[in-house]
Design a binder for this molecule. Structure first.
Ligand SMILES: Nc1ncnc2c1ncn2[C@@H]1O[C@H](COP(=O)(O)OP(=O)(O)OP(=O)(O)O)[C@@H](O)[C@H]1O
Ligand SMILES: [Mg+2]
Length: 256
């Protein structure tokens, strides 16, 4: 097993607030690694730092051994890190197909450098079709994105992240706002994409049933810091985690 993504004493302050407090973390290649913690723990800020959306106050991010700390998000995408946002991030008035094609095209300058321009557009179309098949939306290709059911919008979003064929998928609450009965389907999709493409998934998720069933490893964040890390069984048995918030979390949000 090798480490694909690593942070070393990663830190981000907002004024007096330490949103991410010297977090050192290693993500194994090919694993599904979840990051959990109560609201405000620093999970999204951690994602922002790794993906280049935000610059850290201190510390480093290493991807495949390379220091990517200072790279902006469009560069980390080219490196192979695909990242979702907590809020659905699709173009509502375009079709499903157009959304995915745009995501493919946005990467054109680097990923398809070898193609001439007329070949390029064919490559985008083919890639878009491939991606739609992968997320199970081929028969929805011509539907306007805004008219999709919420669960399918989340799949579309996944497709847009997958367009450049990233090695690492960073998913920030992909099941947020979904009806409970749609959640297993989306998570099965994430797992099948991960297994088929040998991808690494970093998942932020509040649904503990999901986290405990899909994760290889779990990191618990609390007030910006890394509180605990281990396999699901270790985390659910960890008394510190229990008292810090797991019990409360199950009561508050586990059923939603
Ligand atoms: N741009 C910002 N400016 C100032 N404070 C911020 C900013 N972004 C985040 N914070 C603060 O940093 C802390 C961590 O926020 P963050 O969004 O990373 O938490 P989270 O773990 O993702 O929470 P949630 O589960 O609610 O999504 C919070 O106190 C938040 O208010
Ligand atoms: Mg968040």
């Amino acid at each position: 097993m090798s480490v694909i993504l690593e942070t070393q004493n990663l830190r981000r302050e907002f004024g007096a607030l330490v949103a991410v407090d010297d977090v050192s973390m290693e993500i194994e290649e090919g694993s599904l690694h979840s990051i959990i913690g109560p609201n405000g723990a620093g999970k999204t800020t951690f994602f922002n730092l790794v993906s280049g959306t935000l610059k850290p106050t201190a510390g480093r991010v290493l991807y495949k051994g390379e220091d990517i700390t200072q790279l902006p998000m469009h560069r980390t995408i080219h490196k192979g890190i695909g990242r979702s946002f907590q809020i659905t991030n699709i173009f509502p008035n375009l079709t499903v197909f157009e959304n995915v094609r745009l995501a493919c095209q946005a990467l054109g300058s680097d990923s398809f450098r070898v193609f001439r321009s007329h070949l390029k557009s064919t490559a985008y179309l083919e890639r878009a079709e491939e991606v739609l098949a992968e997320v199970g939306l081929s028969d929805r290709a011509l539907t306007l994105a805004r008219t999709l059911p919420h669960g399918d919008q989340r799949k579309l979003e996944l497709g847009m992240i997958l367009a450049p064929d990233p090695d690492v998928l960073m998913l920030d609450e992909p099941t947020a706002g979904m009806a409970a009965e749609q959640v297993p389907e989306l998570m099965e999709l994430v797992q099948s994409i991960q297994e088929a493409g040998d991808k690494t998934v970093v998942l932020v998720e509040h649904n503990m049933n999901v986290v405990m069933s899909v994760s290889d490893r779990i990191t618990v964040m609390h007030q910006g810091a890394r509180l605990a890390e281990g396999a699901p069984a270790e985390i659910s048995a960890d008394e510190r985690v229990q008292t810090a918030y797991l019990g409360a979390l199950y009561e508050d949000r586990g059923g939603s």
